[in-house]
Design a protein around this ligand. Structure first.
Ligand SMILES: NC(=O)C1=CN([C@@H]2O[C@H](COP(=O)(O)OP(=O)(O)OC[C@H]3O[C@@H](n4cnc5c(N)ncnc54)[C@H](O)[C@@H]3O)[C@@H](O)[C@H]2O)C=CC1
Ligand SMILES: O=C(O)CCC(=O)C(=O)O
Length: 379
């Protein structure tokens, strides 16, 4: 099911503005559809559709009982006031409320959205269907959100990286990291990686890029970024060209912003030995081939960033149980799921003598296919 809706809202100056929003559902053989809602100027139906498909494979790799969906609104959230964002989110929810639901399709945050967006969706949805905390995940804790969800995608990236490096006889400690994107995923990944002794030598976001060969002081960078709405102007490193961030010298490259950033233009110049795909679809197929030939090991998005949706699942379970887990339990369960996920992907790679991306997709497609056949849906 693909829904495209026009959302017209009054701006703060009294003028009217119309934005186009989407919710695209891909598959529900394994359970309710699940996936984030993105607010970004480049949101368009083909990309949302591709991201919805990725969610189907991601939830299958994570082995959580969901299918895949994705949504978004073509807008620049940095140019809208909080009250304009609230009006836009409420109008969007009014238009899609019959499509989403606790047992049908459960949205969550993605780029440009966060707990406050989920709170508005929950409130608007509940006007039509009664109080329904489990209709969205990534909510504020006071509205039934899970402890640990905010950090979950970044923490999952850490657990995934630890599993990958262990396989290669290494640990996070002492490895040099470059991270593109310093939003929810990138900033949590940077923080947790540096707490484990990883040396984060360069970071970028939409405002700029910053580098320090001795390692950036991540707590200070976080403070600076919060106070200045970006990494630009941070004095604990040198400003570099944001376009060069992906080809900076490092052991592990972590793209944690947009899709398609690793492509044939830069794939030959990438210095990292490992790429951990924290963003969705950061590597295009041509670059994937080039990097494979060059021996660069890529941990694919559908496993590497699955920590977010896994803790979203824990949040949904807690809402349905009406019982709140402590943060230690959430983080321990997440580690268990990520460790098992890595083992399942590696087993598939061994069976089919293939790389990690092919192993992850084979695992996912097999799981979805089995559910489809068992339900009697095969053509
Ligand atoms: N939030 C979540 O739980 C999950 C997010 N993801 C993916 O992770 C990626 C990042 O998402 P979030 O951190 O949630 O978004 P966010 O909106 O919190 O942060 C996005 C970051 O990317 C930066 N950015 C945007 N355009 C950029 C550019 N051209 N160059 C460099 N940096 C740029 C922004 O400045 C910001 O730092 C996306 O691909 C998203 O789909 C994947 C799984 C779960
Ligand atoms: O937490 C979720 O339900 C989905 C997060 C998401 O959109 C993603 O993993 O790309």
């Amino acid at each position: 099911m693909k829904m495209q809706v026009e959302c017209t809202i009054p701006k703060d100056d009294g003028s009217l503005a119309t934005f186009v929003g989407f919710r695209i559902q891909h598959d529900n053989a394994r359970g309710p559809m699940k996936g984030g809602i993105r607010y970004h100027p480049e949101v368009e139906p083909d990309e949302v559709n591709a991201l919805a498909q990725l969610m189907t494979w991601k939830t299958a790799v994570a082995n959580i009982p969901y299918g895949g969906a994705k949504g978004g609104i073509g807008c620049d959230p940095s140019e809208l006031s909080v009250s304009e964002l609230e009006r836009l989110t409420r109008v969007f929810t009014q238009k899609i409320h019959d499509l989403i639901g606790v047992q049908t399709d459960v949205p969550a945050p993605d780029m440009g959205t966060g707990p406050q967006t989920m709170a508005w969706i929950l409130d608007e949805y509940s006007k039509f269907h009664g109080h329904s905390p489990a209709v969205v995940t990534g909510k504020p804790i006071d509205l039934g959100g899970s402890l640990g969800r905010d950090a979950a995608t970044g923490r999952g990236v850490l657990f995934a990286t630890e599993a990958l490096l262990k396989e290669h006889g290494k640990s996070v400690s002492g490895q040099r990291f470059v991270i593109q994107g310093f939003g929810n995923v990138g900033s949590w990944a940077a923080q947790l990686i540096s707490e484990k002794g990883g040396i984060v030598v360069a970071v970028s976001d939409i405002t700029g890029a910053i580098k320090n060969n001795n390692g950036l002081d991540i707590p200070s960078l976080l403070k600076h970024s919060r106070e200045n709405r970006g990494v630009k102007g941070f004095h604990g490193g040198d400003a570099i060209d944001p376009m060069s961030i992906l080809v900076e010298d490092c052991d592990v490259l972590v793209p944690a912003a947009l899709g398609g950033v690793i492509n044939r233009e830069n794939a030959n110049d990438i210095k990292a030995k490992f790429i951990v795909e924290a963003a969705n679809h950061p590597t295009d197929p041509e670059a994937d081939e080039i990097l494979k030939k060059r021996g660069v090991v890529i941990l694919p998005d559908i496993f590497a960033n699955s920590g977010g949706v896994t803790v979203s699942y824990f949040e949904w379970v807690q809402n349905i149980q009406g019982f709140m887990w402590d943060e230690e339990k959430v983080n321990n369960e997440l580690r268990t799921y990520m460790t098992k996920g890595f083992k399942d992907v590696k087993d598939m790679c061994k069976t089919h003598n293939c790389d990690l991306r092919m192993g992850a997709f084979t695992l996912a497609v097999n799981r979805v296919a089995r559910a489809t056949v068992l339900r009697g849906w095969e053509a």
